[in-house]
Ligand binder design. Structure first.
Ligand code: MV4
Length: 447
C-alpha cells in the first residue's frame, strides 16, 4: 500500500481525499495556489506546497509544478480528484514516467475514452446501445446529409474531443446541418485542437442516468448501480439521486450490465462513470464514459456503503477489490444537492465573498461534504461549488423530506447561494413525482 499520496486538487474533494487517506493510515501532501494559501482544510494534510498564483492555469493545471511538489513531497501516488488534471491523459503518462502512480485509469484508457467517437465505437462493439447516428466520423457535408436523412432530423453534430455538453450543434434540416458542421468543426478545432465530428439523432428532453463502476487490475469489474442527474442547468448538475426515479427494474439491470461490458471492452481500471440518456419511451443510449471520480460520488457511497475514494486508492495500489458484484447491495434512497456560491436571482452568477456565519445541518442520514467555515473566503478564481448536502433515507419520499429539512437548517450568511433554488426544485410537484427531463429547470425558472 502507498505510504504517502499527493492530492492534486483543492476544496471539498481535496478534503474528502485527505480524510480517506487518514483513515487508511496514508500520509497526504496537499498543493495550493496563492488564493488558497492558509485555507483551513490544508491543515488536514500532512504537508502542503504552493504551486503558483491563483489562476488554475498557472497552478493546479501546471503539470511540472504538480510533479515537482510530488517529488519534493516524496509521494508514491497522486489523486487528481475531479476537474483540473483528472482526465488529462498526458498528465497520467507523465506520472507513470516519473514512477508515480496516477490514481485513476491508465493513460491509454483515458486517451481512448477522451475521444467520444472512439468511445461510441467501443460501446457498439460491446453491444451497448448507442444513439442512431454516423458509423464513425463524418468526413464531409454529403456524408453528413446521407446520415441525417437515414436517421431523420433533428440531428446533433458532436465534436469527438468534446463531451459534457461542449462542442455540440443542433441541426433541424439540411441547410442548418451545413452551417452546424462548419461551426462545430471550427469551434472544435480551436477549442480542442481536434476538429473530428460525428452525428447522432437528437433525443429531445432526455433523462440523464449514469452508472458507477469500479474495476481492479485482477480482472474484476463491478457496477455500483445508477445515479439520476437529470436536474441540470446549462450542463451544471444541481441535484443527483439514486435510485433513478421511474426507471423500470429491467432497464436498470440492463444499463448496469451494459456499463460493465463497456468498461471491460475498454480495459478500463479504477473508478469510472458510464453516462446514458434515457428517452421518453424508456430506451437508453450510451453517451460517454467519464474517467474520474465524480462530484456526485457520495450518492453512490450512501446507497452501497462503499467508500469510493478508498476503493480507488486500493485499486491503484494493485489490490483486488475486496467485494464482488453480489456483495454490492443497493439500500434506500440517497440525494445530493450542490451548494454553489451563486445568485439564483441573477442568472446564477458567481457570488464570491467571505462567509460571515455558517450553520451546517445534521441529524439522521445527513452528510455535508465541504471545506468551508465561518470566515472562509470564497474565491472568484474557481468553481463556485462550496459544498454538497447529501441525505440517505429508506425511501425517496423520506429523502426529499430530509433534504428539505436540511436545506432549511443550512445557513450561509455573507454571500448568495443556490439553496433557495434547490428548495423550489424539491417543492415542485413534477420533481416529487419524478416526472422530469433535462429541460426541467429552464421550463420552470428564468435562471
Ligand atoms: C445528447 C442529447 C440529445 N441527443 N445526445 C449533453 C451533455 C453530454 N454529456 C451529452 N449531452 C446531450 N447529448 C443526443 N443524441 C442531449 C444532451 C443534453 C443533456 C444530456 C444529459 C444531461 C443534460 C443535458 C442537457 C442538454 C443536452
Amino acid at each position: 500500500m502507498f505510504k504517502r499520496i499527493l492530492v492534486a486538487n483543492r476544496g471539498e474533494i481535496a478534503l474528502r481525499i485527505f480524510r480517506a487517506c487518514r483513515e487508511l493510515g496514508i500520509e497526504t501532501v496537499a498543493i495550493f495556489s496563492e488564493a488558497d494559501r492558509g485555507a483551513a482544510y490544508l491543515a488536514l494534510a500532512d504537508e502542503a506546497y504552493c504551486v503558483g498564483p491563483p489562476k488554475a492555469a498557472d497552478s493546479y493545471l501546471k503539470i511540472d509544478r504538480v510533479i515537482s511538489a510530488a517529488e519534493i513531497g516524496n509521494v508514491q501516488a497522486i489523486h487528481p480528484g475531479y476537474g483540473f488534471l483528472a482526465e488529462n491523459a498526458h498528465f497520467a503518462e507523465v506520472c507513470r514516467s516519473c514512477n508515480i502512480e496516477f490514481i485513476g485509469p491508465s493513460h491509454e484508457a483515458m486517451q481512448l475514452l477522451g475521444d467520444k467517437n472512439a468511445a461510441r465505437c467501443l460501446a457498439k462493439k460491446a453491444g451497448v446501445p448507442t444513439v442512431p447516428g454516423s458509423e464513425g466520423l463524418v468526413e464531409g457535408e454529403a456524408q453528413a446529409q446521407r446520415v441525417a436523412h437515414e436517421i431523420g432530423f433533428p440531428v446533433l453534430v458532436k465534436a469527438s474531443a468534446g463531451g459534457g455538453g461542449r462542442g455540440m450543434r443542433l441541426a433541424l434540416n439540411d441547410l442548418a446541418l451545413k452551417s452546424a458542421l462548419q461551426q462545430a468543426r471550427a469551434e472544435a478545432g480551436a477549442a480542442f485542437g481536434n476538429a473530428d465530428l460525428y452525428l447522432e439523432k437528437y433525443i429531445a428532453r432526455p433523462r440523464h442516468v449514469e452508472v458507477q463502476i469500479l474495476a481492479d487490475h485482477h480482472g474484476h469489474t463491478v457496477h455500483l448501480f445508477e445515479r439520476d442527474c437529470t436536474i441540470q442547468r446549462r450542463h451544471q448538475k444541481l441535484v443527483e439521486e439514486s435510485p433513478a426515479p421511474r426507471l423500470p427494474e429491467e432497464t436498470r439491470r440492463a444499463m448496469c450490465e451494459a456499463a460493465v461490458r463497456l468498461v471491460r471492452q475498454a480495459d478500463y481500471t479504477n473508478a469510472g462513470t458510464v453516462e446514458f440518456i434515457v428517452d421518453g419511451q424508456g430506451d437508453y443510449f450510451f453517451i460517454e464514459l467519464n474517467a474520474r471520480i465524480q462530484v456526485e460520488h457520495p450518492v453512490t457511497e450512501m446507497v452501497t456503503g462503499i467508500d469510493l475514494i478508498k476503493a480507488q486508492i486500493l485499486v491503484a495500489a494493485g489490490e483486488p477489490l475486496p467485494f464482488g458484484q453480489e456483495d454490492v447491495q443497493h439500500c434506500g434512497a440517497a440525494m445530493e444537492c450542490r451548494i454553489n456560491a451563486e445568485d439564483p436571482e441573477h442568472g446564477c452568477r458567481p457570488s464570491p465573498g467571505v462567509i460571515q456565519r455558517l450553520i451546517v445541518p445534521g441529524g439522521f442520514g445527513v452528510r455535508f461534504d465541504s471545506h468551508v467555515h465561518a470566515g472562509y473566503e470564497v474565491s472568484p478564481y474557481y468553481d463556485s461549488m462550496i459544498g454538497k448536502l447529501i441525505v440517505h433515507q429508506p425511501t425517496r419520499r423520506e429523502a426529499i423530506a430530509c433534504m428539505r429539512r436540511s436545506l432549511a437548517e443550512l445557513r450561509i450568511d455573507g454571500l448568495k447561494t443556490t439553496t433557495s433554488l434547490l428548495m423550489k426544485i424539491l417543492d415542485h410537484p413534477d420533481f416529487i413525482d419524478g416526472k422530469v427531463d433535462t429541460t426541467f429547470i429552464e421550463r420552470n425558472w428564468r435562471t
